[in-house]
Ligand binder design. Structure first.
Ligand code: ADP
Ligand code: MG
Length: 600
């Protein structure tokens, strides 16, 4: 049977219509792909308002109306002709292309698998014209009624390609795909008004959003409140690269990689290199197995990227991919690295004064109104102010307010709860700190700094510790000997299934070197040898600091607690522990009042 197909057919040139249908196979998969091509055309035409109407999830009808510059009468038939475009005219143009389209293939492809009508009035012209296309036959142009701008009507998608039609899903599913596609596009152009209706019912309306607050409202509408309420805005540039948008706070990462939006020069892309750079940027602050959420825009000189690498242009090729990767990764790591408690207070607010704090404290019956240095009612808070005054200023780069009158972001420790949490008071409510998580992060960051500055302090063991391991694990130790050394662990293989530990990092607490080594080995094995050196050293330091950090049920005195809080305030990334869990939580006075139904 196979041979009947392969043999006996002469070579011939395919009919025009079939060529278009084959080309359509690459880019037109379902109504959402039609919507993408048409909306991109409207954006390229400078539209400020784009209305999309669907029937039957876009299969029966997908109509897109815009107020862009329109199409001249004589060019209307060309718009539906293959390889006809107004966006480039030479290879030089292609190399610097900024428009979303340039291949001149979308409209003829769509027209070959559906019934298309175009009505358009060009800016500066007082008559509108219409053309139609069905089964490769063009009709028109003839006069039509239309304001400046263009309406594209695509009906009966795949009516002449039964094999494709079979792959279409239920109306609801197709509608969802179109809706997501249009929302994705809407996130790339806040200055354009988008609306979508389905079977004459409005599905969503996104008015133009030119102010930052309105932009965040659109983000919230499209990506959800939870994302919008826990974002870190970013806008950083270096040379001719810029990255801006919103990152989710590491503690609000998601269980799925479903909120990851990346745009390159305004074009949405699904690029592995960029996605990987973002992931690495988050690596140090993310809970294991969680996925960051982000909406990021990257701008680069168009000459340094080839967007003509994929028919739907979702993939791109960089001329210097290493550079772009490192820029994205390092910028994100730096921005995320700045997540520390100083961001708690609204910078617009005046610094909170002790008198405010004590007024609240007096209300709460903890401190007398006179000041923190006096003894309290019942609860003893020795030397709180002294502990704070003795610790160095929060950040050398920051304006240091009069120490005696300023409450630090994490407040003053009051008590330890259940051997796990520290209770601290600030002007607006209380703060609970997970002491192990917090100490772990501060140890980790300190060790990273030490490694960067030339190694961490080690302690040579009087008696080297001989450790039995599996052959595989001993291999790992041998393979990563350099890495271990960088992290303060001197280890060498002494037999097929034994290693000797000669030195360990110096910690205030005594350390179970065997347990530590086993954990590090497990970590290395799980994450494999593919990762970068720096990331591996960091991972090892993470395990080390977890071992070194104060354990639950160790009693800290108030001075120790306050010292930890002050260290947190100075430590990068201290909003999360090494595993990405939050280190502290804030309960506002309003929340407390609500809890006790005060003021009602
Ligand atoms: P491309 O976008 O790659 O140029 P298309 O087949 O999508 O190719 O469109 C062909 C041409 O039709 C475009 O180059 C543009 O000149 C014109 N065109 C298409 N849609 C619109 C529109 N909504 N407004 C103005 N011109 C349009
Ligand atoms: Mg196009």
């Amino acid at each position: 049977m196979r041979s009947a197909i392969l043999w006996g057919m002469p070579i011939r040139i395919l009919p025009e219509q079939l060529i278009h249908q084959i080309a359509a196979g690459e880019v037109i998969e379902r109504p959402a792909s039609v919507a993408k091509e048409l909306v991109e055309n409207s954006l390229d035409a400078g539209a400020t308002r784009i209305e999309i109407e669907l029937e039957d999830g876009g299969v029966r009808l997908c109509r897109i109306r815009d107020d862009g510059h329109g199409i001249e009468r004589d060019e209307l038939p060309l718009a539906l002709t293959r390889h006809a475009t107004s966006k480039i005219s030479s290879i030089d143009d292609l190399e610097a292309v900024m428009s979303l389209g340039f291949r001149g293939e979308a409209l003829p492809s769509i027209a070959s698998v559906s019934r298309v009508r175009v009505a358009s009035r060009a800016r500066g012209s007082d008559t509108a014209y219409g053309v139609g296309a069905e089964n490769g036959e063009l009709t028109g142009p003839e006069p039509a009624a239309h304001p400046v701008g263009t309406t594209m009507e695509v009906r009966d998608l795949f009516f002449n390609v039964p094999a494709r039609r079979k792959f279409l899903r239920a109306e609801r599913t197709e509608l969802q795909h179109v809706s997501r596609m249009v929302q994705r596009l809407a996130l790339s152009r806040f200055d354009v008004h988008f609306s979508l209706s389905s079977n004459r019912r409005l599905a969503f309306d996104l008015p133009a959003a030119n102010l930052p607050a309105l932009q965040l409202a659109r983000v919230s509408q499209v990506l959800g409140e939870d994302f919008a309420e826990h974002v870190i805005p970013i806008d950083e540039s270096a040379a001719d690269l810029r990255i801006f948008g919103w990152l989710c706070q590491p503690t609000h990462a998601r269980a799925q990689p479903d909120l990851q939006y990346l745009y390159l020069n305004g074009r949405m892309v699904r690029d592995r290199l960029l996605a990987n750079a973002v992931r690495l940027g988050y690596e140090d602050v993310l809970f294991h197995g969680r996925y960051p959420a982000y909406l990021l825009f990257i701008e680069i000189d168009p000459r340094r990227v080839d967007v003509n690498a994929h028919p739907a242009k979702l993939e791109v090729r960089f001329r210097d991919s290493r550079l772009v990767h490192d820029f994205v990764f390092r910028t994100l790591a730096r921005v995320l690295g700045a997540t520390k408690p100083s961001s708690l207070r609204d910078p617009a607010q005046a610094p909170t004064s002790i008198s405010m704090l004590t007024r609240h404290a007096a209300d709460a019956g903890i401190w007398p109104a006179a000041g923190p240095s006096q003894q309290s009612l019942g609860i003893n808070v020795p030397g709180v102010a002294a502990a704070y005054a003795a610790s160095p200023p929060i950040d050398s780069g920051q304006v240091v307010h009069d120490v005696a009158r300023t409450v630090p972001p994490l407040g003053f420790a009051i008590a330890q709860l259940h051997g796990i949490y520290i209770l601290s008071q600030i002007a607006d409510g209380v703060i609970l700190i997970d002491m192990h998580a917090a100490h772990e992060r501060t140890c980790y960051e300190r060790m990273k700094r030490a490694v960067a500055e030339g190694g961490i302090a080690t302690q040579t063991l009087l008696m080297p510790l001989s450790l039995p391991l599996t052959v595989d694990d001993a291999d790992v130790v041998e393979q990563y000997a350099e890495l271990f050394k960088a992290a303060g662990l001197e280890v060498e293989r002494s037999g097929p299934t034994t290693v000797l530990v000669r030195a360990v990092p110096q910690f205030p607490q005594s350390l179970d070197a065997a347990a530590l080594l086993r954990d590090v080995i497990a970590d290395l094995r799980e994450h494999g040898a593919t990762n970068r050196f720096e990331a591996q050293v960091n991972r090892m330091l993470g395990t080390l600091s977890c071992h070194g950090a104060v354990r639950a049920n160790r009693n800290l005195n108030v001075a120790e607690m306050n010292a930890l809080l002050r260290t947190m305030e100075r430590t990068d990334r201290s909003d999360q522990c090494n595993h990405g869990r939050p280190t502290w939580a804030h309960i506002t006075l309003t929340e407390l009042d609500r809890l006790f139904m005060r003021g009602r």
